[in-house]
Design a protein around this ligand. Structure first.
Ligand code: B4P
Length: 192
């Protein structure tokens, strides 16, 4: 399987690029943000719990996200591969992912990390907030919080994969097509 983690701060282009990568490589897209928003839309108990955290720009507790992803990976174990978008976001999630993939006799092929400056992130998210209806994109204070949560809790996940020699940094500013070319060049290198 070709299993790619798209990594980066909120607004770095993970969701945008994941959609294009899925089309090109026929992979299954697993976005924890989308899964959580769908739980919220369906007013499930999990969604109601998650909404409290998401609206404040905080991470949803690990056990909630890990349970959700475990189900999703089980459903897709016969696929060509996965694009994980927005997961893992903590070291506990990365360790849990490792365990689940090992149980399915597979592993992460590469972690592609999109680098974008804070100013550009804030600009993109506020723009999206004007049309997306996402409460976490509408308030500059919540956006700031999400970026700080990324620095405090998620950036260390990069070290976890650097130690495994899987971490590749990609310049995340420029046109969507330019960034897509940078990503596909790395994927071709991994699969060569
Ligand atoms: P996510 O849904 O993962 O949202 P995100 O990080 O904000 O979005 P993404 O990075 O995919 O957006 P994109 O850049 O594509 O998470 C939302 C919340 O869910 C989290 O805050 C947390 O509460 C919770 N959550 C999710 N996963 C979790 C986990 N594993 N553990 C705990 N909690 C979790 O898009 C941003 C904007 O930029 C778009 O408008 C896009 O059009 C634009 N854009 C993209 N590329 C561009 C480019 N090259 N140039 C200009 N604009 C661009």
């Amino acid at each position: 399987m070709l299993n790619i983690i798209l990594f980066g701060p909120p607004g770095s282009g993970k969701g945008t690029q994941a959609e294009k990568l899925v089309q090109k490589y026929g992979l299954v897209h697993i976005s924890t943000g989308d899964l959580l928003r769908s739980e919220i839309a369906n007013k499930t108990a999990l969604g109601l719990e998650a909404k409290n955290f998401m609206d404040q720009g905080l991470l949803v507790p690990d056990e909630v996200v890990i349970g959700m992803i475990d189900n999703k990976l089980g459903e897709n174990k016969d696929s060509k591969g996965l694009i994980l978008d927005g997961f893992p976001r903590t070291v506990a999630q990365a360790e849990a992912l490792n365990g689940v993939l090992t149980n399915h006799n597979t592993s992460i092929s590469a972690v592609l990390a999109l680098n974008v400056t804070d100013t550009e992130l804030k600009d993109r998210l506020l723009k999206r907030g004007a049309t997306s209806g996402r409460p976490d994109d509408a308030d500059p204070k919540v956006i700031e919080k999400r970026i700080n949560v990324y620095k405090d809790q998620t950036a260390v996940v990069g070290d976890f994969y650097t130690k495994k020699d899987k971490f590749v940094e990609i310049a995340g500013e420029g046109s969507v097509e330019e960034i897509f070319s940078r990503l596909t060049a790395q994927i071709e290198a991994v699969t060569a």
